[in-house]
Design a protein around this ligand. Structure first.
Ligand code: NAD
Length: 262
C-alpha cells in the first residue's frame, strides 16, 4: 500500500491498453484515491467500463478534458479543489499528432501539424502542472509525464512527435527547477514501445518491438505494468528527492550504440 492516503489524477486513459490504465491499476493496487480525465464522450464510455470493473464508475471523480481547451483544464483542477481540497500526484499520459505528420518525411512536416502535436503533447504539461501545483500545498507532490527515446536519437516514423517529446523533456527540467522549492517534483518516464492506440500510429512499432526483444540488454519488451510500477515509485514518498529526471523503462534499450543480437 505504497500510495495509501495519496490522491492522484490520471490523464490519458483511452482504453484497456493505455499506459495510463496500467498506471491507474498500479495506483489502485497500492491504495491511492483516483480521479480521471477523458478526452471526449466516446472515450468516457471506455473509461466508465474500466472503472466498473474496479469498484464502479461512481467511486471515481471523472472530468472531461481536451487539453487544447484552457477552460477544460481549469475546470479539472477547480473540480478537484472542491472534491478533494488537495492533490498528491498527476500522471500526464497524453500525446497526439496527425498520422500524416508521423509518416511523411521529416522535412515535410506541416506548420499546422507541428503546432498541433506540440500543443497537445507538450504545452499541455505546462497547463496541467500549473493547475496541479496550486493544489499540492505545503506537502508538495509529484507530477510525471511519458516520453520516448526518439529525442536524442533518430527513430524513423516518430518525426513530429520526437520534437514534441524534446519540448516535453525540457519542460520537465524547467518545471522541476521552478516548482522544486514547493516540494513539487516533476519527472518523465521514457517507456519502450508498447502496443496502444497512440503507439500504433507510429509506423514501424512492430519492428521497434522486435528490435527491443532481440537487442535490448534484457531481451524483452516492456508492459503497461512495468511502467505502472515505476509510476508508483514516482508518486510515492520513496521518490521524495527525485526530480527533473527522465527514467527509462525500456529493458535498457537506450544504452545500446550498436545492436548486439544473440
Ligand atoms: N505506446 C508507446 O509505445 C509509448 C512509448 C513511450 C511513450 N508513450 C507515451 O505514453 C503516453 C500515453 O500513450 P499510450 O501509448 O498509452 O496511448 P493511448 O492512445 O492509450 O493514450 C494517449 C492518450 O492521449 C489522449 N489525448 C490525445 N489528444 C488529447 C487531447 N487533445 N486532450 C486530452 N487528451 C488527449 C487520448 O485520449 C489518449 O487517452 C503518450 O504521451 C505517449 O507518447 C507511449
Amino acid at each position: 500500500m505504497l500510495l495509501k492516503g495519496k490522491r492522484a489524477l490520471v490523464m490519458g486513459v483511452a482504453n484497456q491498453r493505455s499506459i495510463a490504465w496500467g498506471i491507474a491499476s498500479a495506483f489502485h493496487r497500492e491504495g491511492a484515491e483516483l480521479a480521471f480525465t477523458y478526452q471526449n464522450d466516446r472515450l468516457k464510455e471506455n473509461l466508465d467500463e474500466l472503472l466498473d470493473a474496479v469498484g464502479g464508475r461512481n467511486a471515481f471523480p471523472t472530468f472531461p478534458c481536451d487539453v487544447q481547451n484552457d477552460e477544460h483544464v481549469r475546470a479539472v483542477f477547480e473540480g478537484l479543489r472542491d472534491r478533494w481540497g488537495r492533490l498528491d500526484a498527476v500522471a500526464h499520459c497524453i500525446a497526439f499528432a496527425n498520422r500524416d505528420d508521423l509518416s511523411r518525411p521529416f522535412h515535410e512536416i506541416s506548420r499546422s501539424g507541428y503546432a498541433l502535436a506540440l500543443d497537445i503533447s507538450a504545452y499541455s504539461l505546462i497547463a496541467v502542472a500549473r493547475g496541479a501545483a496550486s493544489l499540492m500545498g505545503d506537502g508538495g507532490g509529484s507530477i510525471f509525464t511519458l516520453t520516448y527515446n526518439a529525442v536524442e536519437r533518430v527513430v524513423p516514423g516518430y518525426n513530429v512527435m520526437a520534437v514534441a517529446k524534446a519540448a516535453l523533456e525540457t519542460e520537465v527540467r524547467y518545471l522541476a527547477s521552478e516548482l522544486g522549492p514547493g516540494q513539487v517534483r516533476v519527472n518523465a518516464i521514457s517507456a519502450g514501445p508498447i502496443k496502444t492506440l497512440a503507439g500504433s500510429a507510429v509506423k514501424g512499432l512492430t519492428k521497434l518491438r522486435d528490435l527491443t526483444e532481440q537487442t535490448a540488454p534484457m531481451r524483452r519488451n516492456v508492459t503497461q505494468e512495468d511502467v505502472g510500477d515505476v509510476a508508483v515509485f514516482l508518486a510515492s514518498d520513496l521518490s521524495r528527492a527525485v526530480t527533473g529526471n527522465v527514467i527509462f523503462v525500456d529493458s535498457g534499450f537506450h544504452l545500446m550504440g550498436i545492436a548486439q543480437e544473440s
